[in-house]
Design a protein around this ligand. Structure first.
Ligand code: AP5
Length: 220
């Protein structure tokens, strides 16, 4: 399956993607995680991306699309992928359509995670991620690690993302509404969108998402 996951910052895209990718045996491709890996390795791409991410803005399309394309062309993605955080505006969605069309491929679904803004703010305020791998995600109360500050998966140090400050989160939410939400209409026109509420326990949301992707959930 080729799936796009969409939802506001802090909706739980990364959290759900880890379970959905495992259940569906497809790789989880997160452009945010790819940028963070470049930042930790201090690559030129990482240095460029950090200046945009810290301000809550989108990294320019040119570099983002090239990075996503490169990742989607890797051998583990030939039979499908779960995209998390890409596309993030209509130009990126059009570029993805072009890429897929060139390979005679198409998307199967766009899973839209709905979460009210006050809940998103609580989720982001308590989020802690692992220094070794930003896909290892916890929450100080909702998804607490067994030992405070230590990653259950690999023992790495947990920290708060630089772009999770109150001011940057406000900017990220504004960017989501103005630039990313329009892709939902773009994909609705293609009949691809399934919307679920991402409130509730993580495992219950995964169950609803799997049901919606199979076409027997509460999606549109
Ligand atoms: P990115 O890393 O993609 O951030 P985001 O979209 O803002 O999403 P988040 O990672 O903040 O949240 P999430 O929905 O994954 O939530 P999570 O699972 O962690 O992008 C960061 C930046 O990179 C962007 O601002 C931009 O600058 C740049 N970028 C990335 N892609 C780009 C692109 N395509 N183009 C241009 N720029 C790009 O969950 C949040 C918290 O809630 C966690 O603590 C978790 O434990 C908890 N939680 C999850 N589910 C539940 C639940 N059901 N109940 C209670 N708590 C829960």
């Amino acid at each position: 399956m080729r799936i796009v996951l969409v939802g506001p910052p802090g909706a739980g895209k990364g959290t759900q993607a880890a379970f959905l990718a495992k259940n569906l045996s497809i790789p989880h491709i997160s452009t945010g995680d790819l940028f963070r890996a470049n930042i930790s390795k201090q690559t030129d791409l990482g240095k460029l991306a950090k200046s945009y991410m810290d301000a809550g803005n989108l990294v320019p399309d040119e570099v983002t699309i090239a990075m996503a394309k490169d990742r989607m062309e890797q051998s583990d993605a030939v039979n499908g992928f779960l995209l998390d955080g890409f596309p993030r505006n209509v130009s990126q969605a059009e570029a993805l359509d072009e890429m897929l069309k060139a390979e005679s491929m198409k998307l199967d679904a766009v899973l839209d995670l709905e979460v009210p803004e006050d809940e998103v703010v609580k989720r982001i305020a308590g989020r802690r991620i692992c220094r070794n791998d930003s896909a290892h995600v916890f929450h100080v109360t909702y998804q607490a690690p067994k030992a405070a500050g230590v990653c259950d998966t690999c023992g790495g140090e947990l920290y708060q993302r630089d772009d999770d400050s109150e001011e940057t989160v406000r900017k990220r939410l504004e960017v989501y509404h103005t630039q990313t939400e329009p892709i939902i209409d773009y994909y609705k026109a293609q009949g691809l969108v399934v919307t679920i509420s991402a409130l509730g326990k993580v495992e219950d949301v995964t169950g609803k998402a799997m049901a919606a992707l199979k076409g027997d959930g509460e999606g549109e």
